[in-house]
Design a protein around this ligand. Structure first.
Ligand SMILES: Nc1ncnc2c1ncn2[C@@H]1O[C@H](COP(=O)(O)OP(=O)(O)OP(=O)(O)O)[C@@H](O)[C@H]1O
Ligand SMILES: CC(C)(CO)[C@@H](O)C(=O)[O-]
Ligand code: BAL
Length: 284
């Protein structure tokens, strides 16, 4: 496995692979890898000849009061894990390489409308503009055939699918299932911020999602009642601060009051300074 830091080196590497008839899969990440990221790599290796992983903590998608500076970073550890999962090349650019005009800013942005108006899009203004912009840049640098994204960030997948459709980007966005710890907590780089007590109470996220899914299986179709039940369960945990619980259409992420179509139940909860997200698809 090789580690490249410049756009020019990555372009050269990918051009050589393509000249040899190889297909290219891209796994975009912000690093501090865990089994969730590695599952994306395995999918990439199954579907493509070469797996490129980008590791870049993108300043453009963090709000002014978010954890850009504190976000965990450890390239040596990431390199070991990435290699063990089969990554062929890591692209780990610095902020100035990606945003050479300085200050981690861009003068050109990709703005995806409508599907960014609910869930995290409503709570993190500018977040998906930062994600869509950096992912467009990564697609233009790596020119992958396919790119692999986790459904833990379900809204991100929908936003990026919309983006490639709207812009005729020749990249297939491949959604991959959520990987969980044995006790149900969705894997996240941010889990390392949790204290022992917060870590225990954070189990309410997956527990409340399962409870809601069971109620749907038993016939519940009232989305507001389901949201209320999930909120109540989460609020029983003294350290949990609810950010949002919403049920949205799987098609366009618009809010639903009745479960009359494929739906996503998604939530964000803060434990101290740590904001965790999780979701479940509600099958009807
Ligand atoms: N538990 C998981 N299961 C499947 N995919 C995941 C999981 N966690 C992250 N991913 C995916 O890995 C990619 C990179 O995500 P990222 O580097 O932001 O990791 P993260 O652990 O989600 O970080 P954080 O939760 O702190 O935002 C994204 O496509 C994301 O959806
Ligand atoms: C897709 C991504 C790497 C863009 O910075 C990020 O949003 C993430 O890690 O999910
Ligand atoms: N995985 C989403 C990246 C973020 O929280 O900024």
């Amino acid at each position: 496995m090789i580690i490249l830091h410049t756009i020019a080196e990555v372009r050269r590497y990918v051009a050589e692979q393509r000249a040899g008839g190889k297909t290219v899969g891209l796994v975009p990440t912000m690093g501090y890898l865990h089994e969730g990221h590695l599952s994306l790599v395995r999918q990439a290796k199954e579907q493509c000849d070469v797996a490129v992983m980008s590791i870049f903590v993108n300043p453009l998608q963090f709000g002014p009061n978010e954890d850009f500076d504190a976000y965990p970073r450890d390239l040596e550890r990431d390199a070991r894990l990435a290699e063990s999962a089969g990554v062929d090349v890591i692209f780990a650019p610095g902020v100035d390489e990606m945003y050479p005009d300085g200050g981690g800013k861009s003068l050109t942005y990709v703005d995806v409308e409508a599907v960014t108006e609910t869930l995290c899009g409503a709570k993190r203004p500018g977040h998906f503009r930062g994600v869509a912009t950096v992912v467009t840049k990564l697609f233009n640098i790596v020119l992958p055939d396919r790119a692999f994204f986790g459904l833990k960030d379900a809204q991100q997948v929908v936003v990026l699918q919309q983006m490639v459709r709207d812009l005729n980007t020749p990249v297939e966005v491949v959604p991959c299932p959520i990987v969980r710890e044995p006790d149900g907590l969705a894997m996240s780089s941010r889990n390392v911020y949790l204290s022992d007590e917060e870590r225990v109470q954070a189990l309410v996220l997956s527990r409340s999602l399962r409870m809601a899914a069971e109620r749907v299986q038993a016939g519940e179709r009232d989305a507001d009642a389901l949201v209320a039940a999930v909120r109540e369960m989460i609020q029983e945990q003294p350290l949990a601060k609810l950010d949002y619980v919403q049920i949205v259409s799987m098609r366009d992420l618009s809010l639903l009051s009745t479960l009359d179509q494929p739906a996503l139940l998604a939530l964000a909860v803060k434990f101290g300074k740590t904001r965790l997200i999780d979701n479940i698809v509600l099958d009807i």
